[in-house]
Design a binder for this molecule. Structure first.
Ligand SMILES: NC(=O)c1ccc[n+]([C@@H]2O[C@H](COP(=O)([O-])OP(=O)(O)OC[C@H]3O[C@@H](n4cnc5c(N)ncnc54)[C@H](O)[C@@H]3O)[C@@H](O)[C@H]2O)c1
Length: 361
């Protein structure tokens, strides 16, 4: 487009594609297409951040919806069900004019569109069905999480991978083993959700704003999790000083069975609003380089006296993923509870190793 005096006013690199990319196109990434990726896709990827969400079910769809409203990254939704991620993406594109976001959402049944993602969120998997054994669930989700990790990482070798699929800490091991990425960039989402549940229950109990409540939950994602009441506060005051011990215990227990309480009410399926938003809080921390201190499942290598297991602990989360594992002082009782929780993760990891060995023999 030219002004009346012939000055070049606007250059649209997608429609006016030059034979050889010039400096503008190079800066925009047009000449950096990955194998299987169109040059237009490459340009977009550089121009805007990209988050891939694998599994476009209840949690994945909610992550996509809440991420879209952030308006800082495009979203690719991947699922094996044909049409479903495409349909959800199109639906969410049509929310853009209503909420005022320009996020591009793309649905796919393969991985070309995911190339050069900054963050990959893995929510694919099946839920435990009535009568299904723990090992059946493990076997199925190990297969799904392993396969999607192997497919997504080659196109996005710099991504931070956030694992959501259950059993969470075990699936972090599967993603880590298949990704070939450093431990800083394979992180499980559980502690943010468990802490949000703890915060909600504390606010409900004391009739205070959730904004003034901060809380910390450590350990594996499951009924062995360790809500740390000593470090959970209302406007800086530990809840142990605001509530009688039996109420603190009751809130801790409700937090530990927070997921099951919702499953019991929904009858089919499990929670997805709070899990979805918990993922977005982690994506915010990475894409906005916020250095948030959040409890996440990370591969411990001696921290907290635990070695070679994914367990939830507080970490500093920023652009490159986990920047630091924060070691807080625990009482003997808290450390014993954390060890017990790590023991539950170890037994899942051992069960997965046995299943793998059986499958190979
Ligand atoms: N970490 C947490 O705190 C937390 C919280 C809630 C749910 N979860 C877990 O997250 C997972 C998703 O939950 P949901 O409610 O969204 O389940 P869902 O059944 O609604 O969605 C799962 C999706 O994964 C898809 N899928 C299956 N195999 C796939 C593959 N190979 N490639 C791509 N997609 C595939 C399915 O088609 C389905 O759409 C479950 O494992 C659930 O237990 C974890």
């Amino acid at each position: 487009m030219r002004a009346g005096d012939g000055r070049h006013l606007y250059y649209h690199p997608v429609t006016w594609w030059p034979r050889t990319p010039g400096p503008i196109e190079r800066r925009a990434g047009f000449d950096r297409a990955a194998p299987g990726e169109s040059r237009t896709m490459a340009a977009r990827a550089v121009a805007r951040r990209k988050v891939t969400v694998i599994g476009a079910g209840m949690v994945g769809g909610t992550v996509a919806q809440m991420l879209a409203t952030r308006d800082y990254a495009d979203v690719v939704l991947v699922d094996i069900v044909e049409g479903m991620p495409q349909g959800k993406s199109l639906d969410l594109m049509q929310v853009g004019p209503l909420l005022g976001y320009d996020t591009t959402l793309t649905g796919a049944n393969s991985y070309e569109e995911t190339a050069r993602s900054d963050v990959v969120v893995i929510t694919s998997g099946i839920a435990r069905k009535p009568g299904m054994s723990r090992d059946d669930l493990l076997r199925t989700n190990m297969g799904i999480v392993g396969s999607v990790t192997k497919q997504v990482v080659p196109g996005s070798p710099d991504a931070v991978v956030i694992v959501v699929s259950n059993p969470l800490d075990a699936m972090c091991h599967v993603a880590f083993d298949n990704a070939g990425l450093p431990r800083e960039r394979v992180i499980g989402m559980a502690g943010v959700l468990d802490s949000a549940r703890f915060r909600a229950f504390i606010a409900m109990e004391l009739n205070v704003s959730v904004e003034d409540v901060s809380a910390m939950v450590l350990g594996g994602h499951g009924d062995t999790m360790v809500p740390l009441s000593r470090y959970s506060t209302v406007a800086g005051i530990p809840i142990t000083e605001l509530l009688p011990a039996e109420r603190v215990k009751a809130i801790e227990q409700r937090t530990a069975s927070g997921g099951a309480e919702i499953v019991g009410l929904l009858k089919t399926g499990s929670a997805y609003y709070a899990p979805g938003m918990s993922v977005v809080e982690m994506v915010d921390a990475v894409l906005l380089d916020k250095h948030r201190v959040l409890p996440c499942s990370v591969l411990l290598q001696g921290e907290y006296g635990i070695d070679g297991l994914f367990v939830g602990v507080p970490v500093k989360l920023a652009a490159g993923g986990v920047e630091e594992i924060i070691q807080i002082k625990l009482t003997d009782e808290e450390q014993a509870a954390l060890n017990n929780s790590a023991g539950a993760v170890r037994s899942l990891v051992e069960a997965m190793a046995a299943l793998k060995e059986n499958a190979e023999s």
